[in-house]
Design a protein around this ligand. Structure first.
Ligand SMILES: Cc1ncc(COP(=O)(O)O)c(C=O)c1O
Length: 489
């Protein structure tokens, strides 16, 4: 068992890093990877204990080499910032069922599950069978295909508020089109979004991570973000005051029914009902971003779980069965504004289009096989939901027994364990998460799990799939108990 040294020891890697900076020496990605230190992302945080990082480096030599090579060709060695974690991510060569195998032959039970998309696990036989039939028929035709109608039909039959939809290639595209449709339909400009809400790297990338008032990226225009107005999630009074301030200007309110990247924080029922009422009162469209929760928390998605129907819904992840997809679904009235066939001229309908690879038969087929499986086996939701509940309760108990206050939250199969600064603190929105929880402890927990062959993308939520079982959860709980012991020392 790895023994933790206390984190108060001198952080020599940060000292060397700063020395390089002071001397104006260029810091190559190689140095960064060896130091396991990255200033912008980790400024002011205690480093992981060296013995943990060393153990990881010892077990993953090929991944280390690949990361160094990847860093030559991609900034930061990745194409999605969240996939980087220090000292470097492991590189995967195979995913099957609930397991990932890395290039050094380490096996991990996966709880990240393709950004939570893989509800049936990796390479599920039904999905493999379906796409294998499609492969010899061609990957994409760039024109209409029948399987896309079948997928649209199964989505609209199960998603309570959906009458029509348009497919695109990612959740980001879906939320971008939702914003445009809301503005086109209402003739107004302001979109209210939740603090901590992540909708992809588009103009909605405002107030996602703390400090929330600071721009999320260089290159985001102030002129554009001034129309994206952040409101506090699960806070009716706070949201009401934001809405009052922009009365008459609001085109749409976009909210995840469970803040995903913002901490796996479920909405309170009353809050969603309030959003629905206030959107109606303001002649604005309510948009649920169900890219994570769609067909994940139930067959009727989060809107079915909460019994609150939005005007528009954005989807992605699960509906693609592991292949790239996005969709914007909604009521006929709003969706018909995107119908370009009704003789209206340029500028008279809302242009929302899915791009070259929209509706490609590979994604459509994988998505259809997945949703059909879920429709035919609705017990999957009960089963993964129960495992989620068990994991939340038992992990918290393991830590509480060692005097470490944690709060595991989520809905059904989705969950995140937060390390509280003090017993009894709340995590009901992203500001609470920022103020009341210890991110570095969560990182340490996830990193220690990794060393026990259990993969949570550090500092992110976990997802249970149909191929996880009770034994996996027992192992996760046992590992959490051992880690609690180590972290308590
Ligand atoms: C709630 C939510 N919306 C939108 C997106 C963007 O989806 P994509 O990564 O497919 O572009 C994500 C991605 O994680 C998400 O969690």
């Amino acid at each position: 068992m790895l023994i933790a040294k206390k984190t108060l020891c001198i952080d020599w890697r940060s000292v060397i890093y700063r020395l390089f900076k002071v001397l104006h020496l260029s810091i190559s990605s190689h140095v960064v990877s060896i130091l396991g230190y990255r200033e912008s992302a980790h400024e002011g945080r205690p480093m992981l204990d060296e013995s943990l990082t060393d153990e990881y480096i010892k077990r993953t030599p090929r991944s280390k080499k690949l990361f160094e090579k990847a860093s030559k060709y991609s900034p930061g060695g990745v194409s999605h910032n969240i996939r980087y974690f220090r000292p470097y991510p492991f590189f995967v060569k195979k995913g099957k069922g609930s397991k990932l195998v890395d290039v050094d032959d380490n096996i991990y039970t996966d709880y990240w599950m393709v950004h939570m998309a893989a509800i049936l696990g990796h390479a599920h036989p039904e999905v493999v069978k379906a796409i294998s039939r499609q492969i010899p028929l061609g990957f994409h035709y760039g024109t209409a295909n029948e399987v896309s109608i079948d997928l649209a039909e199964i989505i609209c039959k199960n998603l309570p508020s959906a009458e029509m939809l348009r497919f695109c290639n990612s959740g980001l595209e879906a939320t971008s089109y939702a914003v445009r449709l809301a503005r086109g339909y209402t003739g107004k400009k302001v979109i209210v979004k939740m603090i901590g809400g992540w909708h992809g790297g588009n103009e909605l990338q405002v107030a996602v991570t703390p400090p929330f008032e600071k721009p999320e990226s260089k290159g985001i225009l102030e002129e554009q973000s001034k129309f994206i107005v952040p409101a506090p999630f699960n806070d009716i009074n706070g949201t009401a005051s934001v809405i009052r301030e922009h009365s008459g200007e609001i085109a749409g309110i976009i909210a995840e029914p469970m803040l995903g990247a913002g901490g796996c924080v479920p909405a309170e029922m009353e809050y969603l009902k309030y959003l629905k009422e206030v959107a109606d009162e303001n002649d604005a469209l309510l948009i649920f971003d169900e890219v994570i929760t769609g067909f994940r928390v139930s067959l009727n998605s989060a809107q079915g779980y909460y019994h609150v129907n939005p005007n528009l819904t954005t989807l992605g992840k699960v509906i693609g069965g592991g292949l790239p997809i996005g969709a914007l679904a909604g009521e006929n009235e709003a969706m018909k504004f995107a119908d370009h066939t009704h003789g209206t001229g340029k500028g008279e309908y809302v242009w929302i289009g899915g791009g070259t690879f929209s509706m490609n038969p590979m994604s459509m087929t994988a998505g259809l096989a997945t949703l059909r499986y879920l429709v035919q086996n609705p017990k999957v939701y009960e089963c993964i939901g129960r495992m989620g509940e068990t994991a939340r309760n038992r992990i918290d108990k393991e830590f509480a027994d060692r005097g470490i206050p944690t709060k595991s939250i989520g809905i059904g199969s989705l969950f995140a364990t937060h390390f509280l600064r003090e017993e009894g603190l709340n995590v009901k929105n992203a500001t609470d998460k920022s103020n009341n929880t210890l991110k570095e402890k969560q990182f340490e927990y996830h990193f220690r799990l990794l060393l026990q062959g259990i993969f949570f993308l550090p500092e992110h939520e976990g997802a249970i799939s149909a191929v996880h079982d009770g034994k996996d959860i027992d192992k996760l709980v046992e590992a959490s108990g051992m880690i609690a012991e180590e972290m308590h020392e």
